[in-house]
Design a protein around this ligand. Structure first.
Ligand code: NAD
Length: 265
């Protein structure tokens, strides 16, 4: 298919099922002509990811657990052998022990899970950039997914908010380092969405309802809307944009207080 992504090849990391944010971005990229490769985390998720990836004509569907650097290296070795070059990567990966995504941050957070959350949800993007950049000989675009709990306290988001703050800082440092090579690095800060990872956060339903009542657009965002912003940031349409945290959250991030009618109830 012809489109603004025609002739571009990229890797999608972080599809678990058809509700995944990464899947929304992948579908949009495919609709605009991109050639895609996918990773999946473990055989159980692989059974869900493979049919989705095949439905958009994926040429490579590879296992990858970012807590094991050997599997990350193996993915990029394969991409080098099969494609030679790479135009973009979507990193939509996050994990924390859900028993720590409820209650007070100060009480819930253990050393072990703090480290695990940081490695999987923040460091892995830097490691992916280290492997991807040498393949981006014609320039490229790296995109990760973050959430507003990085800069503002969201109940129950806890250690994941701390990891997202590190991830967003990584976006800026990577953008500065890789800019001279024509490689852009950005993040989408999505509003709450009903996904496997989203369901792991305590009181996810309440966050969802709060967003619907208080965001300027008075609703949550769709997979297609995040897909459209992903297309923009991964294509030449955003050629002058790097180091950006781009909110796709119905405008929730600009608000400070609940709407007056909410305060009364
Ligand atoms: P999801 O559960 O569909 O996707 C999370 C992905 O992370 C899964 O594919 C999972 O396999 C992968 N993952 C976890 N640990 C991994 C590991 N060790 N190695 C490789 N992959 C691993 O949920 P989602 O909501 O689509 O999450 C994608 C990204 O979007 C995450 O970074 C999440 O924090 C972020 N995000 C989600 C929301 C939301 O409300 N759902 C909002 C803003 C940002």
């Amino acid at each position: 298919m012809q489109g603004i992504m025609s002739g571009k090849r990229g890797l999608i990391m972080g599809v678990a099922n058809s509700n995944s944010i990464a899947w929304g971005i992948a579908k949009t990229l495919h609709d605009h002509g991109a050639e895609l490769a996918f990773t999946y985390q473990g055989d159980a998720l692989g059974k869900r990811v493979k049919p989705l990836a095949e439905s958009v004509g994926a040429s490579l569907i590879l296992p990858c657990d970012v807590s094991d650097v050997a599997t990350v290296k193996s993915v990029f070795d394969t991409l080098k052998d099969e494609w030679g070059t790479l135009d973009f990567v979507v990193h939509a990966i996050g994990f924390s022990d859900k028993s720590e995504l409820k209650g007070r941050y100060v009480d819930a957070t253990t050393r072990e899970n703090f480290i695990q959350t940081m490695v999987i949800s923040a460091y892995s993007f830097t490691e992916v950039a280290q492997f991807a950049a040498p393949l981006m000989t014609n320039g490229g675009s790296l995109l990760t997914l973050t959430y507003g709990g990085s800069t503002r306290v969201m109940p129950n988001y806890n250690v994941m908010g701390v990891a997202k703050a590190a991830l967003e800082a990584s976006v800026r440092y990577l953008a500065n380092d890789l800019g001279p090579d024509g490689i852009r690095v950005n993040a989408i800060s999505a509003g709450p969405m009903r996904t496997l990872a989203g369901a792991g956060i305590g009181d996810a339903r309440a966050m969802f309802a709060h967003q619907q009542r208080n965001a300027p657009l008075q609703r949550t965002v769709t997979q297609e809307e995040v897909g459209g912003s992903g297309l923009y940031l991964l294509s030449d349409l955003s050629g002058g944009v790097t180091g950006e945290i781009h909110f796709v959250d119905s405008g929730y991030n600009i608000t400070s207080m609940p709407r007056p009618e909410q305060l009364k109830s």
